[in-house]
Design a protein around this ligand. Sequence first.
Ligand code: FAD
Length: 823
Amino acid sequence: SPRVVIIGAGIVGTNLADELVSRGWNDITVVEQGPLSMPGGSTSHAPGLVFQTNSSKTMSEFARYTVSKLLSLKQDGQSCFNQVGGLEVATTPERLEELKRKRGWASSWKIETRLLSTDECLEMYPLLDRDSVLGGLHIPTDGLALAARAVQLLVKRTTKAGVRYLEMTPVTGIERSSGRVTGVTTPKGSIPADIVISCAGFWGVEIGAMVGLPIPLLPLAHQYVKTSSLQVLAAPNKASNGAHLPILRHQDQDLYYREHGDRYGIGYYGHRPMPVVAASLGNTPENVSEQNMPSRLDFTPEDFQPAWEASQKLLPILRNAEITDGFNGIFSFTPDGGPIVGQHPTLDGFYVAEAVWVTHSAGVAKAVAELLTTGRSETDLADCDLARFEEVQLAPAYVSETSQQNFVEVYDILHPMQPKASPRDLRVTPFHARQQELGAVFLESRAWERPQWFEANAELLDDLPAQWRPVDRDVWSARFHSPIVAVEAWKARTTVAMYDMTPLKRLEVHGPGAAEMLQRLTTSDVLANSKLATYTLMLDNQGGIRSDVMVARLDDESFHVGVFSPVAMDYLLREARQQSRRDGLRWVQVRDVTGGTCSIGLWGPLAVEVMKATNSTDIAGLPHHGFCEAFISGVPVLAIRLSHVGELGWEIYTSVEFGQRLWDVLWAAGRSYGVVAAGRGAMNSLRMEKGYRDWGSDMTTEHDPYEAGLGHLIDLKKPSFVGKAALQGRSERTSSRRLRTLTIDDGRSMVLGKEPVFHEGRPVGYVTSAAFAYTIRKPIAYAHLPGHILDGAFVEIEYFGRLIWATVTDNPLTNVASRREQP
Ligand code: FAD
């Protein structure tokens, strides 16, 4: 097997060594700067609370795996997980509602939970203040990871299996040759390696700098204290670190609790963010102890004061205690709260697995081991992929501000649409000024400002025909939403609307090997017709969907490629580099042209009239998926006849300097046809009505094209493409589950995504996307459901504890949209 070096013997590095060994790899060295018995990183003092429920399916699955692995990791009959259960309490009505939403996630990800009344909370946790607690959520399988012990057992187990551990050995450099890692440098000499994985925790930034890789994490100090001894805990907890009560979260006050024998341990996120530069912490001391380790800073008692008061209120018993030990412990935060897992974009063999909580550690390690040994992780990694960040999001100032914000919000109730408060206006399109004039309400994604709707369209609300009128929403689903969205959907279906499509990634794929590479990576014949663009898929080697893509061949060696995520771009960049290296004559170059260009979607039944009014007859006459380079009133454009809303029209691209002019020209031509500017709210609704899937939610690497209902994009006549072999014998008929459309029967109850779906009382799936479908005047949702649940079946969606009836329908609402563009 390849020679592997893992940097860091924390909970992530040791789990990774173990996962690799169990997959048969046998040449592994773990290099740790501290002493192995207590390395001194975040793991060495982590209290180890494992709350599994997370809004992310991936993160919840990682947590579930960590629990099962630590339960099975035993010595002397004692495992590394104390499954005392988890209890989250609500002290405000908003939190009580939030716990219902959280219970929904848990059901979606198949974690057992129970909502508790105040009485039931008190029964389970008698030390709680009855007057404070409105209710709770109990998760019986949560509990305490004995992280430091797990590290020691994993070191022992893997050492037996042949893994070498080098302690007191800092990695000071990464060696490389011809774009590959060849080893690591240490003061004791070089260690050769074919693969290096940095599991250096909050030192990740420093390791990344050794290979020119910005790592978007920020080390932050977080306060943790232990109280004096409490009689009430002494009797049940014989062991000094024992616990018998559930781990407890009081998120309304940013607090969590566990027992350490007869003492309470209390963690607090309510204090000011305290960023740390890992490099400033100096070398690991030779004798690391509980009190003396690089990840442990001095306690700042004044920051803890509000936490102590809130704790004494929630747990009155604490009024008899005092804080005897406290510290500010360091660990990593990231711009979106997710871990950082993946490959260096240009240095082959270099991987990272950082910013990982103990909670997710074994799950992340398993995923990385799968990635290394089979080329793909069973669990979709989009939520943690290093490549998910755009370049601007790697700027130190951005990482610092957003990671601190993440610390502040770590226990907050966050709406799924809630945009960042800051930084804003980082990336604006050339249409921004015009959009502001029209009263655009912007949300933010990947640092782009994206209009959600336009207040200027409010004046059309009175013109809405009765069958298009929006229905009232509940308070939660009404947030970041406006009834104006209905106007924008109506106009796109009946006249014409302009959408700013600039933030969608556009790539130029160029070179003598470009055609060969795109043929190899996509499921369709992208060369079949030089005049038509091809909507197709990229798969992984097991047939999982890496991305959907739009490919237009501009000339023999040059392609316009639309992808929908930076992760897909990273894949294409990597493949291009590898192909160029393999065969210098068939080189291929991938260039991200998103920032230098812009794009308008002009869509609706009257789009042709608008195009004709600009005298752009070439474009107006394009067939479905046809494309051409032409001029619109003097503006050089590339136009492709495609739409994301299921209406006739084009996506029109130009370079940034012409953007405003293009907007103005189309706007002027569209005025007499009633053109409106429309936002993402309408677009999401229209694309769902038409059955279009969004990569990342409706389809991921966990789904094959047949499950996603995209079997028609697979050209099995093509001699070969990545993933083809894995699809042999599969079809929509043989899929055990399929993405289905659900229409909500009462015509008004909204869901927003990730809610569990039940059939005959059993959880069978979860909502991947949801919208109000204005064309049929009903909310709709997508969910992957078992194949035996047929059209017309009734299912229930749980929304804040309430069950909403929905009907399974076959795929897109073609009955209403058949007269319009086909995908
Ligand atoms: P670490 O444990 O920091 O390991 C990284 C290792 O890399 C270190 O041992 C370090 O010495 C080594 N290293 C770094 N640079 C080099 C180098 N150049 N050469 C060689 N070795 C190097 N998480 C939970 O899930 N639940 C909790 O309840 C919880 N509570 C927490 C409470 C506190 C106070 C703190 C600080 C953190 C808490 N966490 C919790 C977070 C959790 O501790 C960390 O996320 C986790 O331990 C990180 O594990 P790791 O293996 O990635 O990093």
